[in-house]
Design a protein around this ligand. Structure first.
Ligand SMILES: Cc1cc2nc3c(=O)[nH]c(=O)nc-3n(C[C@H](O)[C@H](O)[C@H](O)COP(=O)(O)OP(=O)(O)OC[C@H]3O[C@@H](n4cnc5c(N)ncnc54)[C@H](O)[C@@H]3O)c2cc1C
Length: 390
């Protein structure tokens, strides 16, 4: 077979990400469980992570933790986004970039936490990350009300979680609870709750958006579990969450790049086909300038992902993660709004640009609203300024 990459005069063929190959046979519109299973079976989920030693962040008593490789994460998010089901993409994103890293950081050699991690990595089960609480605003994480009582006979979990991605299809719920009152960051603990345990009730979120994400609200009514369902050390819940929060922020920014690029490509194609006074709309200066401004913004966002990705994924640099998340929130909405406008009435079609724009709003809400993340950027203003001036 000729080497296409080296053949003279032949355009370079971009390597096809493994994730795209794994998903090639998965039918359009398949639910997240099927997409997840295909990724797990092909080894894409397991190979996403590099194992690294961790000592001071140790939540299991020694060993390794998982950080996704930024390039492989970009390939995965891009391949899932290309399927055009934003709900499924959101579910894969939260699982790979939030739930699995937390589980991996805390999983002992054996027991249910290890089993849940291994099953999720192999694609045979799915796991939802349930932090946002029914008892408090999502932006006020330390105000959460869900409680875990840790007693000699095991655990008792009571409370509720809302707007949890994958909740309606998950086998496991990774629940952030408090084991003592108060807002101190050592008051919180992760608990692994089997979705079918007595006392767990999940109802779908009442929304037409992101339906493939299986997002739902969770009630935990006196759920009794063995002690080995604690994830990590009691009191380390918030610290572990903060340590891995950056990975989800990087994944969100990567998704914003993939999604806006996909919609921009579709928009350009439509503008080329539609004519005004004998000329394609694409030839009109005002249209071209508006479109080009979007391209510049998305290209800047991708450059930010490229320059900060390693720092976020491997060094848990939360200041860099805040920059990425706020940039994603600030870029996606205006770019998708411009695309929707440039598509005219067609943007209102089923699954069209207007709907995509609404769904992409989750980039500025989920995992921390843009305002809150901008506050973190402001907190780090001096560091950012030093870097800009060096
Ligand atoms: C589709 C979807 C999927 C989700 N998936 C998950 C999941 O898998 N797991 C999970 O745990 N959670 C999930 N969430 C919840 C999400 O993380 C929360 O919605 C988010 O943290 C915001 O919380 P809230 O909705 O309660 O908004 P609130 O905290 O009530 O904020 C409402 C608005 O007030 C303003 N605001 C809030 N705080 C500030 C501030 N400090 N400064 C200035 N303005 C502010 C902002 O405009 C904000 O949008 C999901 C949400 C959605 C929509």
């Amino acid at each position: 077979m000729p080497d296409l990459l080296k053949a003279e005069g032949t355009p370079a063929v971009r390597h096809r990400p493994r994730a795209a190959t794994a998903l090639a046979a998965v039918p359009t519109g398949a639910p997240v469980s099927q997409v997840w299973a295909a990724l797990g079976t092909a080894g894409v989920l397991r190979d996403l992570y590099d194992l690294y030693d961790h000592d001071d962040h140790d939540d299991r008593g020694g060993g390794t933790a998982a950080a996704p490789d930024p390039a492989r994460l970009a390939d995965l998010i891009g391949a899932v986004d290309a399927r055009g089901d934003n709900g499924v993409t959101l579910s894969v994103l939260v699982q790979t970039a939030s739930a699995l890293p937390v589980l991996a950081a805390c999983a002992p050699e054996k027991g249910p936490v290890r089993q849940a991690l291994d099953a999720a990595l192999s694609g045979t089960s799915t796991v939802a990350l349930a932090a946002t609480d029914s008892a408090a605003a999502g932006s006020d994480l330390a105000g959460l009300g869900t409680e875990v009582a840790i007693g000699p006979d095991g655990l008792l979990v009571t409370g509720g979680k809302r707007w949890i991605t994958t909740a309606c299809g998950a086998d496991w719920l990774l629940v952030l609870a408090r084991h003592r009152p108060g807002r101190h960051f050592t008051s919180f603990t992760w608990v692994l709750v089997p979705a079918r345990a007595p006392g767990v009730r999940v109802r779908p979120a009442d929304t037409d958006l992101l339906t493939g994400s299986a997002t739902g609200h969770v009630e935990l009514d006196g759920v009794r579990l063995p002690a080995d369902h604690i994830v990590g050390r009691p009191g380390r819940g918030m610290a572990v969450f903060a340590q891995h929060m950056g990975t989800e922020r990087l994944a969100g920014a990567l998704w914003a790049v993939a999604l806006t690029s996909r919609v921009l490509a579709d928009t350009k194609e439509r503008l080329t086909r539609r004519h005004f006074d004998g000329r394609p709309l694409w030839q009109h200066d005002a249209v071209r300038q508006r479109y080009a401004a979007c391209l510049v913004q998305v290209r800047q966002l991708r450059a930010l992902c490229e320059s900060l990705g390693e720092r976020v994924a491997r060094r848990q640099d939360l200041a860099a993660a805040a920059l990425l998340k706020s940039a994603a929130g600030l870029v996606a909405d205006p770019v998708l709004a411009a695309c929707a406008q440039l598509q005219g009435a067609d943007g209102f079609g089923r699954g069209g640009a207007q709907r995509i724009r609404g769904e992409a709003g989750v980039l500025g809400i989920g995992g921390g609203v843009t305002e809150l993340v901008l506050a973190a950027v402001a907190d780090n203003a001096d560091t950012v300024l030093t870097e800009l001036r060096s």
